[in-house]
Design a protein around this ligand. Structure first.
Ligand SMILES: [Zn+2]
Length: 356
């Protein structure tokens, strides 16, 4: 099995050189000269081979005095969560495909044997891959909700609720108009998790529809309060282990926003705000736009101030990239989570854009 695939120095080094994501969770590598340990897939600079040590767990690496890398955050995801990600990936493949896909092909696409894939899929999603595919094809999946509902289901079933029943329950809720949000989140349960990233602490909050809040702060203790302020009547619950998958995805995205963000968002806002946010989401990482230009694109050239308040009302830091809007004269402009963070974010995005 997979666990035996990286059991020699040679195969491990090869995985590190290739940033092989299949090796993630199987082993970690630490670099003597930096004191940091990474997942094999980490995109950080390739160390000299003689400076590398291998460990099979984060605990081992940390007991040996190494600190987790801030880029690949090796301590925030377990093998099991890696499996969850694979299953979510399989869901996405099925959603995108017009024709039906053979089980063996699907399993191969996510590097699992057919047997394990089928078993894990059933366990995590609550239904078989075939049932999932059938549901995908049903008319109930309206085009505009397609990606959102299906991935939510996968994630929901992977830890937000209890498999089968959650699946149907979630589906009904997705069809409902989210009136509860307008009432401060009354009756809504919001899960959250906190992690460290290069901008300080970040909290990720999600309803069963998707991610509803991403906020930064200097003190992890105050972060749940920030979410509660947005949804004063919602019940905040600390997310379990499965929630780590979501946090990891967000932290990875904050650190390298080039890829498309695949998890569903639960965006609440007025029609105008949503129009503004939509324009922002079309910008490339590192690209900036002025408030006035956003207003122009909306065909409302006098609405620059309203654009600025729509940016200020954004609750999904980075996922809705309001940090890419700057003042007309090139000044950095305001940011809900501090100008310094906005500058750091843009610098980081531009660095990555320069490519290496
Ligand atoms: Zn790393």
């Amino acid at each position: 099995m997979k666990l035996n695939s990286f059991n020699s120095d040679e195969s491990r080094w090869e995985a590190v050189c290739n940033n092989n994501p299949d090796a993630d969770g199987v082993f970690y590598y630490a670099v003597i000269t930096t004191g940091i340990y990474c997942r094999p897939s980490c995109r950080s600079k390739l160390p000299s081979r003689e400076n590398v040590h291998y460990f099979t767990s984060c605990n081992e690496a940390e007991s040996a005095g190494y600190r987790p890398c801030k880029r690949c955050t090796p301590a925030t995801i377990s093998k099991q969560e890696n499996t969850v990600l694979k299953i979510i990936q399989a869901c996405r493949i099925m959603e995108r495909s017009e024709a039906s896909i053979k089980l063996a092909d699907l399993a191969a696409a996510v590097n699992l044997s057919s047997y394990h894939f089928h078993r894990l899929f059933k366990k995590i999603v609550g239904i078989t891959p075939k049932q999932y595919a059938t549901k995908q094809q049903s008319r109930k999946f309206q085009a505009n909700l397609k990606s959102r509902t299906s991935v939510t289901e996968a994630i929901y079933a992977s830890g937000f609720g209890s498999s089968g029943s959650a699946y149907d329950k979630n589906r009904d809720q997705l069809a409902m108009v989210p009136k509860a949000y307008q009432e401060g989140g009354e009756g809504i349960s919001i899960r959250y998790g906190i992690a460290e990233c290069f901008l300080g602490w970040v909290i990720v909050a999600a309803t069963e529809r998707g991610i509803c809040g991403v906020e930064f702060g200097d003190d992890p203790g105050t972060l749940p309060g920030q979410i509660q302020a947005t949804f004063p009547k919602a019940t905040l619950v600390k997310g379990g282990v499965a929630f780590e998958t979501m946090i990891t995805a967000v932290v990875n995205y904050i650190q390298s926003p080039g890829e498309r963000f695949e998890l569903p968002l639960d965006i609440q806002g007025t029609v105008f705000q949503q129009q503004v946010w939509k324009i922002l989401k079309q910008l490339a990482p590192g690209e900036t736009i002025s408030y006035t230009e956003v207003a122009n694109r909306l065909g409302k050239p006098k609405a620059a101030r309203a654009v600025a308040s729509a940016c200020g009302a954004n609750k999904l830091a980075v996922l809705v990239p309001c940090h890419r809007v700057v003042a007309k004269n090139g000044a950095i402009g305001g940011y809900r989570w501090g100008k310094d963070r906005k500058k750091q974010l843009l610098d980081s995005e531009r660095d990555q854009g320069d490519g290496s």
